[in-house]
Design a protein around this ligand. Structure first.
Ligand code: ZN
Length: 311
């Protein structure tokens, strides 16, 4: 059964008029609550990470900086990343929930094959040393480290379909042979990285796969490129777990991103990932919300993703 993590605590990261606002998860949660099939899904309890677990992924300096800024009343971590007094605690809960979701699909006798975390702040732009691009901690990278350290996984695949390149995730695993990173994104675009020739370094050479697409790429071409990339990534990685950086800002009406996608494209991508997971890792998937800023459309996109995930 599919497990969902959602909690009003994630609304306490108060960012004012920022596009990455509390109404994103609030609206999605309210919409899901009204769907008949949603009540049949299992609900998980959110958990805070300890700093000792986060320092596996991020520098102590990054953690100290976020804690100090929030404790002092909040402010900007970088030009785009705002913290309110509660934000540090909320970010610890986002990271902790990603780890807890890994527990729920990997522990012996786990009854859940896939988990979705409806949470914020997002994570995929945060590098080992730097919080940036609305992201404080890199939730998906923290989940990958946790899956390896606690469950001894040797091969993990991260699929990132957010419209922006997941530079933080790439940075963290660039020289890592055990975590394969596949990102499909708009290019040229923020944050500037994600070209096809960025493929990893040292022991991690060949474990990063970027598919940069220009604005104006047709949905058909996007889907073909996504499927090709996913097939390649699964073939090369043979993952024991698939993690999804689920950003919904490639939708045609997204005010921050957009790559012309429609709701059905998220259904398509999720089904493809699910099929891949069924073939290589017993269907084990943990998906975490990243971007997606159209408040009217985001609930529908999250629902389409979750509905495909649960099938
Ligand atoms: Zn994004």
């Amino acid at each position: 059964m599919t497990l969902v993590f959602s909690d009003p605590l994630f609304e306490r990261h108060q960012t004012g008029f920022h596009p990455e606002c509390a109404a994103r998860v609030q609206g999605a949660a309210r919409y899901l609550d009204g769907l008949p099939w949603f009540s049949q899904l299992a609900r998980g309890r959110i958990t805070a990470a300890t700093e000792e677990l986060i320092v596996r992924t991020h520098s102590q300096h990054l953690i100290d900086q976020a804690r100090t800024l929030a404790a002092g009343g909040g402010g900007y971590l970088d030009a785009d990343t705002y913290l309110s007094p509660a934000s540090f605690d909320v970010a610890l809960h986002a990271a902790g929930t990603a780890m807890h979701a890994v527990d729920q699909v990997l522990r012996a006798g786990a009854e859940h094959r896939e988990a979705f975390c409806l949470m914020r702040p997002p994570g995929h732009h945060a590098t080992a040393q730097l919080s940036m691009g609305f992201c404080v901690f890199n939730n998906i990278a923290i989940a990958a480290h946790y899956a390896r350290d606690v469950y001894g996984l040797q091969r993990i695949l991260i699929v990132d379909f957010d419209v922006h390149h997941g530079n933080g995730t790439q940075d963290i695993f660039y020289e890592d042979a055990g975590v394969y990173f596949f990102s499909i994104h708009r290019f040229p675009f923020y944050p500037g990285s994600g070209t096809a020739d960025e493929t990893g370094r040292g022991r991690g050479l060949g474990t990063t796969l970027n598919i940069p697409l220009s604005m104006g790429t047709s949905r058909q071409l996007y889907r073909e490129a996504f499927q090709r990339g996913l097939d390649t990534a699964v073939e090369r990685c043979r993952p024991e777990l698939i993690l999804i950086s689920a950003g919904f800002d490639a939708h045609k009406d997204d005010p921050v991103g957009s790559l012309g996608l429609e709701i059905e494209d998220y259904d398509f991508m999720t089904r493809s990932i699910k099929q891949a997971a069924a073939s290589v890792c017993d269907g084990r998937i943990v998906s975490c919300l990243e971007g997606g800023y159209n408040l009217e459309v985001l609930p529908l996109l999250v629902a389409a993703h979750l509905e495909a995930l649960r099938r």
